[in-house]
Write a protein that binds this ligand. Structure first.
Ligand SMILES: C[S@@+](CC[C@H](N)C(=O)[O-])C[C@H]1O[C@@H](n2cnc3c(N)ncnc32)[C@H](O)[C@@H]1O
Length: 230
């Protein structure tokens, strides 16, 4: 199946059952099961790392940020609370980006620095100091991940922050087990990516590694990379 089919599947999923599921996971209610709670906690750790990095740099109020595949605003909203000047947040799912806008208005008021749009990240244009793309690459097959990374690179003047599920023998086995016992909530294909491959693509696009983290929880694992101009 090709990437167009993957994208259609992802868009439809996150506009329907995926929206309901992920809205709860990326929320605060107790309407989640054990697996979903682990994903929520792990994902929050990834968010906390990014907010920590950007806050520590001390220039949040001066830089422009693109949050590509923003979901319900789990990153954009805390970045705005931490003083970010301007955030362009977009998601291929209209339901997710609409939910993000509503959450931002509820938490920050109508006049806040985040602009939410429904958009495929590969059609984003413009230039941003920092481009961030968290936990989206899992929806990209390996042969398309390079193109997606190159496009995100073309939007960033100073820095790219990206996270993905790393492909190691251990996680590959876990994923296989998951495929044998998919459970009712598994609805999109998930792709793991070798860290060496992602780093190679980033280097080919003129980046060098600045900071990195690995978040590990049961059912959630995510390698987070910050790269800056080489
Ligand atoms: C696991 S969620 C992560 C959301 C958000 N980045 C976060 O960390 O809270 C993945 C999101 O990626 C979005 N997505 C997947 N493929 C995309 C694409 N090609 N362009 C834009 N968004 C995409 C999905 O709609 C979904 O909201």
């Amino acid at each position: 199946m090709n990437a167009v089919d993957d994208k259609t599947e992802v868009r439809e999923y996150f506009n329907a059952t995926g929206f309901d599921r992920w809205k709860r996971i990326y929320g605060e209610g107790d309407d989640v099961n054990k697996v979903q709670m682990n994903i929520r906690i792990g994902h929050q750790q990834t968010i906390d790392h990014v907010v920590g990095w950007l806050t520590a740099d001390g220039n949040l109020s001066e830089i422009t940020i693109c949050d590509a595949g923003c979901g319900v605003g789990s990153l954009s909203i805390p970045l705005a609370k931490a003083g970010a000047k301007s955030i362009a947040a977009s998601d291929i799912s209209e339901k997710m980006s609409d939910e993000g806008r509503e959450r931002a208005i509820a938490e920050l008021g109508a006049s806040n620095p985040i602009t939410f749009t429904a958009q495929d990240l590969e059609t984003i244009s413009g230039q941003y100091h920092t481009v961030i793309c968290l936990d989206v690459m899992i929806h990209y097959p390996p042969e398309k991940a390079g193109e997606m990374t190159a496009h995100l690179s073309s939007l960033a003047t100073d820095r790219l922050i990206i996270s993905f599920a790393p492909k190691t023998w251990y996680y590959a086995i876990l994923k296989k087990i998951g495929e044998f016992f998919p459970g009712p909530s598994k609805a999109t294909r998930a792709y793991l990516h070798p860290e060496s491959y992602v780093l190679k693509v980033l280097e080919e696009n003129g980046w060098k590694l600045a900071r990195n983290e690995l978040t590990k929880r049961p059912f959630y694992f995510s390698r987070l990379l910050e790269v800056v101009k080489a």
